[in-house]
Write a protein that binds this ligand. Structure first.
Ligand code: SF4
Length: 361
């Protein structure tokens, strides 16, 4: 990849900083230099928008005011507070990193790139954000917003995740970052991506970089970044059972390791190739040592990053059952009334399963 830009890096930083002074957003994590709070906000923002993050951020800090309180909690408590934000590995990594930090002699928060990147869940861009925002150190950032701005600024007309593009963008991010005001620069370029150079319909008219931007000159602003060629996403079919007994429903907790660890769900299992969903549901009922008539409620879909899930949902009024311990299969299981289910940390796909009962059409 070649840098065909005709402008000086310092010009970009100067324009961004002037714009940030006029238009920067006032966000809760902007009122602090506490690295714990900056870290928390950056992790929450990794795959989630600002409006969704704000209430989670505030609740989280009310419960875990500092890294010691976070480390002292159980991973279950952390996941419960995270429920609904998605990408739960972020919560588990946050907790694991907090435990690692408090175990260090002195318990100080690292202000070095390599030390930060050695913590679970902190990649180069998050480490760069913590260093620049909390410690005012020059460190490049390449989160989704910054990536989009740079791809347009340099008119990168190639698949955005290609290794050559990745290398090119990190080099440009490094060059552009202000050495004098890294704290403000980091927030300025993130804000520009979030509010002006948006994924659809970038508002180039008000952009401080418009006269430098190569995508704008080439009429490509709305077309870049190009779409990354998609790999075929496999489909996984499941059945889930809404088992009802005396107004209560059976839920079980997922193991603490692996996907959606520690979250709750209704009993479910995969449907094998060619198997009717009703047959898989009957097998699952038998595995649980329960009996009752299966009534098919409908189907829900849920997209994960590496597969698509299709869940056929069956309701069963349980007529015969054994003790809870015998349906648990080694995982904690509970019969809960609907009022408690509303509070439970169900994972996203099974929130949809539960919603189906309220609106079966
Ligand atoms: S001019 Fe338009 S495309 Fe270029 S950086 Fe600004 S908003 Fe983005």
């Amino acid at each position: 990849m070649k840098d065909n830009a005709t402008f000086a890096a310092a010009e970009v930083a100067a324009r961004l900083l002037a714009w940030y002074g006029r238009c920067g957003r006032d966000l809760p994590w902007r009122q602090t230099r506490d690295p714990y709070r900056i870290w928390l906000s950056e992790v929450m923002l990794q795959q989630t928008g600002v409006a969704t993050v704000i209430p989670y951020y505030e609740r989280f800090l009310q419960r875990f005011a500092d890294v010691n309180e976070l480390a002292a909690a159980t991973v279950d408590e952390v996941i419960e507070l995270w429920a609904g934000l998605g990408y739960y590995s972020r919560a588990r990594n946050l907790h694991a990193a907090a435990c690692q930090l408090v175990a260090e002699p002195g318990g100080r928060f690292p202000s070095d790139l390599q030390e930060l990147m050695a913590l679970p869940g902190i990649g180069r861009s998050t480490a760069g954000a913590i260093l620049s925002i909390a410690f005012d150190k020059k460190a490049p950032i390449l989160d989704g917003n910054v990536r989009r701005v740079l791809i347009r600024l340099y008119a990168v007309d190639e698949p955005p995740r290609a290794a050559s593009v990745e290398k090119f963008l990190w080099q440009r991010a490094e060059e552009l970052t202000s050495a004098e005001r890294p704290h403000d620069y980091a927030q300025a370029i993130m804000d520009l991506g979030a509010t002006v150079c948006t994924p659809r319909n970038p508002d180039c008219q008000v952009c401080p970089l418009v006269s430098l931007c190569q995508a704008n000159h080439l009429g490509l602003a709305g077309e870049l970044p190009r779409r990354q060629p998609r790999k075929a996403v496999p489909l996984v079919r499941q059945v889930a059972l809404l088992l009802e007994r005396n107004g209560e429903f059976l839920v079980r907790k997922r193991p603490l390791q692996g996907m959606l660890a520690g979250l709750w769900e209704f009993p479910s299992r995969e449907v094998t190739d060619g198997q009717p969903a009703s047959a898989a549901a009957a097998e699952l009922l038998a595995e649980l040592v329960l009996s009752g008539r299966l009534y098919e409620l409908g189907q829900v879909g849920h997209a994960y990053s590496h597969f698509r899930l299709e869940v056929a949902v069956f309701q069963v009024a349980v007529t015969d059952h054994l003790a809870v311990g015998q349906v648990a299969e080694g995982q904690p299981s509970l019969w809960l009334p609907t009022i408690d289910l509303a509070e439970l940390a169900l994972h996203g796909a099974h929130k949809k399963v539960w919603a189906l009962l309220a609106s079966p059409n």
